[in-house]
Design a binder for this molecule. Structure first.
Ligand SMILES: C[S@@+](CC[C@H](N)C(=O)[O-])C[C@H]1O[C@@H](n2cnc3c(N)ncnc32)[C@H](O)[C@@H]1O
Length: 436
């Protein structure tokens, strides 16, 4: 548990809402993060916004979920000889543009060069809207020289900003919790505005905080979980760097798939458009940011830190740090069953790897890999194949640089295989389709 983060935790009442576009409560945290460089890519793989889990798990998985929906839309645009118009809601400094233009096409994946789904020349306009002037300015600086990437300040709590008046977008995108800053009424109004603004066929990507993440298990079931809850971004400050500064909390809404569907039903009625949840995806079930802080559930293991270590080159991780015991919460049978099964599967894959690396006398239960069900079988077979194939290498530390990253990818596949899109993870991605 990160005690520094906990002592820095401070409840702030944000019930009063001023009229100005820039609300100081959001600005201070994000502005400070920008100023301290925690919002840059240069903080290394173990901490900060762009840690290894964000790069190799979260961005990749978000891209895959978006790809499945975007392929069809892109084909329509190409046939109409039109370029793609993207609106990024709560864009930060344009991370969404990078994420979207780095999605790989469905190929074998071993070509010499990356084959990308959304190439820059397919983009007609990327308009990023953010409440934080610091983010907007950082975005303008990063993308200066690229006239198709534009940033404007705006407060989404007040609906679609005037800057979107240039016509409908094909993709209304958001990433990493931006829209969890809005309460139910504000999100419903925004989505209704989008449904009316969109042309004949459009996609909306919502990336919200999941309601039943293990990270905040202590909060499951409390009445106010249906309202805005104070949320800390203490994880953006690496250990020992918070100094005397207090990390603020600001209100965020946690969502389940069911609640999202209900909201979209209301949006359909109000807009007169078909607004359907095409897919929902639980992203980062055991590796959410607050697994490492333990701020909302002191029982969680610091699994994000351990997985970040697996991806780190030339570093040997103590694999026992990945083993954990899920503590069930009475009254939540379905969620408990889900997490218990995932815990069993996760520990099994990690134990198998430890077993294969530490002794020639394999545990009898690990001998018949065909006895495991998917997605566990796929994960252990991957580990088996990798270990068998690198044993002969004498240079370059294959344990740290080949086996450990592959174990991380096997665990990522496991999470992906188990996820149900119900709100059981840090992030709940919803891909929404708008049609007439
Ligand atoms: C967690 S960051 C995500 C940034 C970026 N989308 C990414 O992928 O990294 C959330 C962003 O939402 C912005 N935000 C918060 N409340 C907002 C509001 N009411 N209107 C517009 N942007 C808002 C913040 O300034 C911040 O940049």
């Amino acid at each position: 548990m990160n005690t520094q983060a906990q002592s820095a935790y401070k409840e702030i009442d944000h019930t009063s809402r001023g009229q100005s576009v820039e609300k100081p409560e959001e600005l201070q945290t994000y502005q400070q993060a920008v100023q301290n460089g925690y919002y840059s890519k240069d903080t290394g793989g173990l901490v900060g916004k762009y840690d290894n889990v964000r790069r190799y798990w979260e961005d990749e998985l978000t891209g895959l979920v978006v790809r499945d929906a975007l392929e069809g839309l892109l084909l329509e645009k190409k046939r109409a000889l039109e370029r793609l118009r993207i609106l990024d809601l709560g864009c930060g400094s344009g991370e969404g543009y990078e994420l979207l233009t780095n999605i790989r096409r469905r190929t074998s994946g071993v070509e010499t060069t990356n084959s990308l789904l959304v190439t820059p020349e397919l983009v007609g306009l990327y308009l990023g809207i953010d409440i934080s002037q610091a983010m907007v300015e950082q975005g303008r600086e990063i993308f200066k020289g690229n006239g198709k990437v534009v940033f404007e300040p705006g407060d989404l709590r007040e609906g679609l900003p005037a800057a979107t008046g240039t016509g409908p977008f094909d993709l209304y995108f958001s990433s990493y919790g931006s829209l969890s800053h809005l309460n139910d009424e504000e999100l419903e109004n925004l989505m209704t505005g989008i449904a009316k603004h969109a042309g004949g066929h459009a996609l909306v990507v919502l990336d919200l905080l999941g309601k039943f993440s293990y990270e905040w298990q202590d909060e499951w079931g409390i009445e106010t979980l249906n309202q805005m809850r104070n949320y800390s971004m203490a994880y953006l400050c690496p250990d020992g760097q918070t100094g005397d500064k207090e990390i603020e909390c600001f209100p965020m809404r946690y969502w389940s798939q069911q609640e999202l569907e209900q909201l979209l039903g209301r949006v359909s009625q109000r807009s007169g458009r078909n607004v359907n949840l095409r897919r929902s995806f639980d992203r980062s079930i055991l590796v959410g940011r607050h697994m490492d802080t333990g701020l909302y559930n002191p029982k969680v293991p610091a699994l994000r830190r351990a997985v970040n270590m697996l991806h780190e080159s030339n570093h040997r991780t103590d694999l026992r740090d990945l083993l954990f015991d899920y503590h069930a919460k009475p009254g939540f049978d379905e969620a408990n069953r889900f997490f218990e099964k995932l815990q069993m599967a996760w520990n099994l894959v990690v134990s198998y790897c430890i077993d294969r690396l530490s002794s020639d006398q394999m545990d009898p239960e690990h001998k018949n890999l065909d006895a495991f069900l998917e997605p566990v079988a796929g994960a252990v077979k991957t580990i088996a194949r990798v270990i068998n194939n690198v044993r002969w290498m004498r240079m370059g530390d294959p344990r740290a640089n080949i086996i450990e990253p592959q174990l991380a990818y096997a665990l990522r596949s496991l999470e992906t295989g188990f996820q149900q899109g119900k709100g059981y993870a840090h992030g709940l991605i919803g891909v929404v389709e708008i049609t007439d």
